[in-house]
Design a protein around this ligand. Structure first.
Ligand SMILES: [Zn+2]
Length: 278
């Protein structure tokens, strides 16, 4: 069985830490490089419920997309919720590693997984990484549908294929409009509207869309918007990363057990359509 340092070297090859955004905090949060790894849990959020899931599974490594500490801290006391996560991990010899914006921009990356979940054909990144001569890395993806669909049917596909959340799917646009091309961006995508407009796609699928950017984007041009829960748009990456890690394990004869988290860590917990009778 591999040591943690050997598994982390493979993670760094898939998602080189130097390709993370400047403001990001990726890499290993805790873990002994010499400790053996037999079981890995992959999740979006490094929250206590996910750590408890790792405990139940007997995992000795947790890989998450979101950082535990995006900014510095002066305490990991167990009385703080993040400190409790650190205490639980270290007490049970569980390592935590983060691949965030370095996984967003990877090839394949978070938005490839989102496109794959919806059976979209990826054409190119929405924002190409200028350091990639092949032009395959970058943020978001521009995609095509195999067959044109109505916006209504495309949104229904997103609702059906992405994991269930209280929010479900919100749509801006004429439900009968025809969708041929789609831009997707896992996580918060409202900083990408200029690139989406430049790409000339019919729909933008992302998460965390807010009133003003949406209002302005839809006034600007006939762009339709599909907004899912942040967690739901990034969860397909966990399955992609599990497939990548399984292949690495097979190649090295490691016999790793790789699990994708079943814990819904979307913080929204219920939804009521407004205007409905009591
Ligand atoms: Zn995210």
């Amino acid at each position: 069985m591999p040591r943690l340092s050997e598994v982390l070297a493979q993670f760094d090859a898939l998602w080189p830490p130097e390709r993370a955004e400047q403001w990001d905090a990726v890499g290993t949060v805790c873990g002994d490089p010499d400790a053996p790894v037999t079981r890995v849990l992959i999740a979006v959020d490094p929250v206590q419920d996910v750590v408890d899931e790792a405990l139940r599974l007997g995992a000795d490594l947790v890989l998450t997309h979101h950082p535990l500490y995006l900014r510095g801290t002066t305490t990991v006391a167990a009385g703080t919720f993040k400190g409790r996560v650190v205490h639980t991990l270290i007490k049970h010899d569980i390592a935590l590693h983060v691949a965030h914006t370095n996984a967003d921009s990877a090839d394949p990356g978070v938005s490839d997984a989102l496109a794959g979940a919806l059976d979209l054909r990826v054409v190119r990144p929405l924002v190409t990484d200028p350091t990639d001569p092949a032009g395959r890395r970058g943020l978001g993806r521009v995609c095509e549908l195999d067959r044109p669909a109505t916006l209504r049917d495309f949104a229904a596909r997103a609702a059906h294929r992405l994991p269930a959340t209280a929010q479900g799917i919100r749509v801006a646009g004429d439900p009968d409009s025809v969708v041929r091309t789609v831009a997707v961006s896992g996580g918060s995508g409202d900083s990408l509207f200029d690139h989406v407009r430049a790409a000339g796609v019919d729909v933008f699928l992302t998460a965390d869309l807010r009133h003003h950017p949406v209002s302005e984007a839809t006034q600007h041009s006939p762009l339709a918007l599909v907004d899912a829960a942040h967690w739901a748009t990034e969860w397909p990456w966990c399955e992609l990363a599990a497939t990548q890690l399984d292949e690495i394990s097979d190649r090295h004869g490691w016999d790793l057990r790789v699990h994708v988290s079943k814990t819904v860590t979307d913080p929204w917990s219920s939804h009521h359509s407004s205007g409905a009778p009591n």
